[in-house]
Each structure stands twice: as structure tokens, then as C-alpha cells.
Design a protein around this ligand. Structure first.
Ligand code: NMX
Ligand code: MLT
Length: 424
């Protein structure tokens, strides 16, 4: 089987042909209409972008290149990245080739550590991560290629080069941020013999003699990898990339979007909420107590983190996979039990509340409980974990966009006056 680069080189002409055929022969077909409410409501449901790495049917949840997530819970991070980029799972040789490529690039240059050390000690871990990614922009091979006048149809190659460097360094950066920010001791160097997940667990310092914890990190990286093109971080990343900004600019922008509490930061908010419940009731509350607490949150004008979704209308399969892992390995853990009890109570509360279109849990409702179990109790860190995985999705989308020579994104905005006149 071909390595990642060779596989892309074989498939890109085919994908280009498919897109060209669609545009030439069906370019005037209407695939979506936009109501005034949608224009004012965050473009929810408007089909206006193409993304081939994954899709989220509202009644099923994540399909990665057509495969339901539930069928991919045993694969490695390398497998997922290869699948996102090419549409196929790698064989042993292609997986090892990608593993070695990422391991070779995993060392983070000293100037990045100096930048991080100069930040205020109480910086949010996501601010540290975004800053570190941006700081590396000067190393972009894409910028080098662009400035050298490389042809547009070759841009994907230098984009892939940057993306491999960025992805390789993500886990090194993220692990170091954990250790720096939460006083866990000195940085742990990457081990070039490990695979990506094992290496991340090793550098975090949580899983040296604990293969189960390392497996949880693997699962974490697999489950968060991508969620089609329209979520805030992926969309931001590809929007910025559409201006031919390089991967460092684009991914850093995407990560800033992931840092919002309605998006990736919901995992920190969620564990915070779970711990508030535990602390208020001194352990596992009764269903009635929990119902009251959920109503208190809603009545104070706040959302229940980890519940609801802009696209999904069923329980998120990522939530189910995390919950199953927790139940299998440590079902008696208090936080895992609490997450289960919240799942028994909150959907009915949200239905009664009558606002959320989707009362079911999303990925963030369970992910923190696993990290917490393995000693990663510092919940402001959780979105960084999400990021290491999600950069695989952002990068595979960036490479695909460059390979398809995607145009600069530029939707049309309208004014209130324009809308008033239109509806007259
Ligand atoms: N708790 C309380 N109210 C909610 C919730 C919730 N979990 N979810 C939606 N609503 C409200 C929402 O705030 C909105 O209220 P209003 O009309 O006053 O503005 C109303 O229900 C309708 O919202 P929807 O159309 O159902 O949801 P939307 O597509 O606008 O937003 C989320 C989707 C995910 C932002 C929203 O469900 C939410 O805020 N959930 C909690 C935060 C969260 O878990 N985010 C993580 C998403 C996954 N991720 O990792 O990125
Ligand atoms: C995601 O994983 O990106 C979230 O579930 C949010 C989304 O899809 O909009």
C-alpha cells in the first residue's frame, strides 16, 4: 500500500475530476435555500461548503470518510489521520511510515518554549497552545513554496509538509503545556519509538506504567478528530486557509474558535458542572436533586454544558464510546456514575425546558470523566486534549482544500435595511 503522500498523489486527480464534473455538469442545481431566520441564526442547516473528510448525519452522528465512528474505536491516531486524509485505513507499512514521519518531526524548537515561558503564569492553556502554534509560522514550507512561485496545483504538497510538522509537534506542545501550567515537573522528551498516542501519554507523564490510561488517550485522540466542515474551529481554519494563509495561521485561528465555551471549551465547563454537583450533594445526588440542580442552572440563564448540538439530533456516538470505556474499566468511579446519572435526568429536563432542539449529550458530556479518573483533574486543560486530536481534522481539511484548489471564501452579508426592503 502507498504511504500517505503517495496515496494522496494517486487520489487527488480522481477527486479533482469528480469536483470538476459536478461543477461543469450540475453547477446550477440548488442544494440549499436560505431563509431570513437562517441568515440571522448562524447559517444553521445551510449547505454551503464541501468537506470530504467526515460528515455528521443528524440521526447518526460522525461518519469518518463514510465509516461510522463506532466501528473505529480500536484504531490508532495514525490510522485516523491517514483515513481522514485519504479515505482509506493504512496497512501496517503505511501506518509505520506515518508513525515514523510524525516521530521524526516531534521535537519542538527552543524558541517556542521561550515564548511560552514569557507568557503570564496564569495564562489559559488554550492561549498557550494557540500562541505556540502561531509562533512557529516562520517555519512554513507552504510560504516558502508560494514565494518561490510553485504552481497552485502543487500547493497541497507543502501544505501537507506543514501539517505533518504541526501535527507531530501538537502532542509535544500539549504535554509540555500540561506540565508547565500545572507544575507537574520538567518537560518529558518525545520517545521516537512510540506511536503517536503512546508518546503523548508518555510526555503527559500519566501513563508510563498504565497501558489502560495510554489506551484512553488513544481513544480520546480518535473520537475528537473531526466533525465535518461547518463546526466553528474547522470552518474558521478552512476560512483562514482559503486566503492561502499557511497551516500555522489557519490552525491557530481554528484553535481560537475551539476555545469558546459553546464549542471545545464545553468539556472544561462540563466537568466543572459535574464537580459542582458532586460538591453540592457530597457525592452522587438522587435523580430529584439532580433535576433541581439542572433547573437552577437553566433558570439562571446558563446552558447545561455537554448537552445539545447544532447538527445532531441523537445521543452523540462519541459520548457513547467514552461512557462505554468508563463503564468497562472503572464503572464504580464516582464521576463516571455521576455522568451516567446526569444522562438519565438532563434530557428530560431539557425537553421540558423546551428550548434546545437536541436534548441529548454531546462528546463533552463524558470526555472529562475519563481524564479525571486517570488523575488529570485540571479541567481548564481539557480543551488542549481536544485540540491535539482536532488538528488532525483541521489539517486533513486544509490539505484537501489546497488539493482541490478551493477558492477564497466570501459569503455575501446583507444589512437590516436590505432585509426590511426585501420582505416588503
Ligand atoms: N442547555 C440550555 N439551553 C440550551 C442548551 C443546553 N445544553 N442547548 C441549547 N440550548 C438553548 C440555546 O441556548 C438556545 O436558546 P436561545 O433561543 O435562548 O438562544 C435554544 O436552546 C436553541 O438552541 P439550539 O438551536 O438547540 O442549539 P444551537 O444550535 O443554537 O447551539 C450548542 C448548539 C451546542 C451551542 C448548544 O446546544 C449549547 O450551548 N450546548 C451547551 C454547550 C455545549 O455542550 N457545547 C459543546 C458542543 C460540542 N462541542 O464540543 O463543540
Ligand atoms: C464538534 O465536535 O466540532 C462539535 O460537536 C461541534 C459541532 O460539530 O458543531
Amino acid at each position: 500500500m502507498a504511504n500517505l503522500f503517495e496515496s494522496l498523489e494517486q487520489q487527488i486527480p480522481v477527486w479533482r475530476g469528480q469536483l470538476k464534473d459536478l461543477a461543469k455538469n450540475h453547477g446550477d442545481k440548488v442544494i440549499s435555500e436560505v431563509t431570513l431566520a437562517q441568515a440571522m441564526g448562524g447559517a444553521r442547516g445551510v449547505k454551503s461548503m464541501v468537506c470530504d473528510t467526515s460528515e455528521v448525519p443528524p440521526d447518526q452522528g460522525l461518519l469518518i470518510r463514510g465509516t461510522p465512528l463506532a466501528e473505529l474505536t480500536d484504531v490508532s491516531a495514525e490510522d485516523i489521520f491517514y483515513l481522514l486524509c485519504t479515505g482509506e485505513l493504512p496497512d501496517d507499512a503505511a501506518r509505520e511510515n506515518l508513525r515514523a514521519e510524525l516521530a521524526r518531526r516531534a521535537v519542538v524548537p527552543d524558541y517556542v518554549w521561550q515564548v511560552l515561558e514569557a507568557l503570564p503564569k496564569n495564562s489559559h492553556p488554550m492561549c498557550m497552545l494557540d500562541t505556540a502554534v502561531l509562533a512557529m509560522q516562520g517555519e512554513s514550507k507552504f510560504v516558502e513554496a508560494y514565494n518561490a512561485g510553485v504552481s497552485k496545483d502543487e500547493f497541497w504538497k507543502s501544505m501537507l509538509d506543514d501539517c505533518l510538522t504541526l501535527q507531530a509537534r501538537m502532542s509535544t506542545l500539549a504535554a509540555a503545556i500540561y506540565r508547565m501550567r500545572f507544575d507537574k515537573g520538567p518537560r518529558i522528551d518525545p520517545n521516537p519509538d512510540y506511536d503517536y498516542s503512546h508518546n503523548f501519554a508518555h510526555m503527559l507523564g500519566i501513563a508510563e506504567d498504565n497501558p489502560e490510561a495510554a489506551d484512553m488517550i488513544r481513544l480520546y485522540l480518535v473520537l475528537h478528530c473531526d466533525h465535518e466542515g461547518g463546526n466553528v474551529s474547522a470552518h474558521t481554519c478552512s476560512l483562514v486557509g482559503s486566503a492561502l494563509s499557511d497551516a500555522f495561521y489557519s490552525v491557530s485561528a481554528g484553535l481560537n474558535g475551539l476555545s469558546g465555551p459553546l464549542h471545545g471549551l464545553a468539556n472544561q465547563e462540563c466537568l466543572n458542572w459535574v464537580l459542582q454537583v458532586r460538591d453540592k450533594f457530597g457525592g452522587l445526588p438522587s435523580e430529584e436533586q439532580l433535576r433541581e440542580f439542572a433547573w437552577e442552572t437553566l433558570n439562571s440563564g446558563r446552558v447545561i454544558p455537554g448537552y445539545g448540538h447544532a447538527v445532531l439530533r441523537v445521543t452523540d456516538p462519541r459520548f457513547t464510546a467514552f461512557k462505554d470505556f468508563g463503564m468497562k474499566h472503572f464503572g464504580d468511579d464516582e464521576i463516571v456514575q455521576l455522568v451516567g446519572r446526569i444522562f438519565d435526568v438532563v434530557p428530560d429536563v431539557l425537553k421540558e425546558h423546551g428550548k434546545a432542539k437536541n436534548p441529548w449529550p454531546n462528546v463533552d458530556a463524558a470526555s472529562g470523566s475519563l481524564l479525571h479518573h486517570y488523575g488529570m483533574t485540571e479541567f481548564p486543560y481539557y480543551t488542549v486534549m481536544f485540540s491535539v486530536s482536532r488538528v488532525m481534522g483541521m489539517c486533513s481539511q486544509l490539505v484537501w482544500n489546497r488539493a482541490m484548489m478551493a477558492p477564497i471564501e466570501r459569503p455575501k452579508s446583507v444589512t437590516i435595511k436590505w432585509l426590511q426592503e426585501f420582505v416588503k
